[in-house]
Write a protein that binds this ligand. Structure first.
Ligand SMILES: NC(=O)c1ccc[n+]([C@@H]2O[C@H](COP(=O)([O-])OP(=O)(O)OC[C@H]3O[C@@H](n4cnc5c(N)ncnc54)[C@H](OP(=O)(O)O)[C@@H]3O)[C@@H](O)[C@H]2O)c1
Length: 311
């Protein structure tokens, strides 16, 4: 059996296979140390970092709940005057609640724009992407940040060999892969030159590199995204590219993963929960902001909330 020490996969996957209690304890200590370190870094970076100080255009997909909401709230407190935060999702109600939380916690004047749309529907992309970038002039911003967070796990009742319906497959990959690639292209079209500091974040998962039963679509979609952004990082040296794995989070998505019908997966996530190893999305969003703020990652890197990987 692998141990966490020699395991180069994310904690949520590693925990499935490494159930040694000492390892779990070390993991809990790592989380604690992270919290302490983050608090210090965030305090030190309040306000005027290169990443977050100047006027920034920032779009977050899947901003209506879960990690996307936390990212929006955490980012908003760091964005400088004149920034614009664009949040996308299908649920207007969810987006409005995120906007309320952003405005409640944000000390700066920040324009929050909500754009509803379904990433499953590729025919709607031109209108959706137009709305995301409407009235956006590169000269208005010093930074441009695109965060691809929206995601689904697909039909977790099926095993890999049972995904026979091409229409369902196309819809899955439209939401989780095609939209990301096409929206990145639009982002690059709107911000074509290096006068604006450009950053693209791919919200990834340990599932991108480690197989998880009942999650063939999810694993393959995340793996494809990781490689897409590695290639982009090679091709676009002026763009900062990060694939960030947020860890196991207490969100709707994790509920779906846990109810996949595979007893081993259910038991192991239950065990993680009882050991306090499921993270809050706020915690993980803060860590992502710290990584961006520190700006030490190699472009194209795959990092996670536990500072693992550098692939
Ligand atoms: N939760 C975890 O343990 C975990 C672990 C590793 C990685 N991640 C990654 O973190 C990201 C966020 O996950 P989460 O846990 O916050 O998930 P979540 O709570 O299920 O939220 C998913 C977000 O994606 C949006 N979305 C889903 N389908 C969409 C569609 N067809 N069109 C447009 N937007 C859509 C949802 O908005 P609407 O419903 O309003 O459309 C929602 O805002 C995902 O990329 C996920 O893979 C999560």
């Amino acid at each position: 059996m692998n141990t966490r020490k020699d395991c180069r996969v994310s904690p949520e996957i590693c925990d499935i296979f490494c159930m040694d209690s000492v390892i779990q304890f070390k993991n809990a200590a790592a989380i604690f140390n992270h919290d302490r370190r983050q608090t210090g870094l965030i305090m030190a970076s309040t306000g005027l970092s290169a990443m977050f100080g100047p006027a920034t255009f920032c779009a977050v997909t899947g901003g209506s709940r879960g990690l996307g909401r936390s990212i929006a709230v955490q980012l908003a407190g760091r964005l400088g005057e004149g920034s614009r935060l664009v949040l996308t999702g299908r649920s207007l109600q969810g987006l409005q609640e995120t906007k309320r939380q952003v405005e409640e916690g944000c000390p700066n004047q920040l324009e929050v724009k909500l754009v509803t749309g379904d990433m499953e529907d590729t025919t709607a992309y031109p209108a959706l992407f137009f709305d995301i970038f409407a009235d956006t002039q590169p000269g208005d911003f010093k930074n441009a940040l695109m965060i691809h967070n929206a995601g689904t796990v697909g039909d977790v009742s099926k095993r890999a060999a049972e995904h026979s319906d091409p229409q369902i497959l196309n819809k899955y990959y439209a939401t989780n892969l095609t939209s990301v690639i096409a929206l990145t292209a639009k982002f690059m079209e709107v911000f074509p030159c290096s006068d604006v500091r450009r950053t693209v974040v791919n919200i990834s998962s340990g599932a991108a590199i480690e197989p998880l039963a009942h999650h063939a679509l999810y694993c393959s979609g995340k793996a494809a995204r990781n490689m897409f952004f590695k290639v982009m990082a090679e091709e676009e040296p002026d763009v900062r590219v990060l694939s960030y794995s947020p860890g196991p989070l207490d969100t709707d998505m994790l509920q779906t993963v846990r109810s996949c019908g595979d007893k081993k997966i259910e038991d192991r996530f239950n065990a993680m929960e009882s050991k306090g190893l499921i993270l809050s999305p706020d915690h993980s969003a803060k860590h992502m902001c710290t990584l961006l703020d520190e700006d030490k990652f190699k472009s194209g890197a795959f990092l996670d909330v536990f500072d693992r990987f550098s692939l």
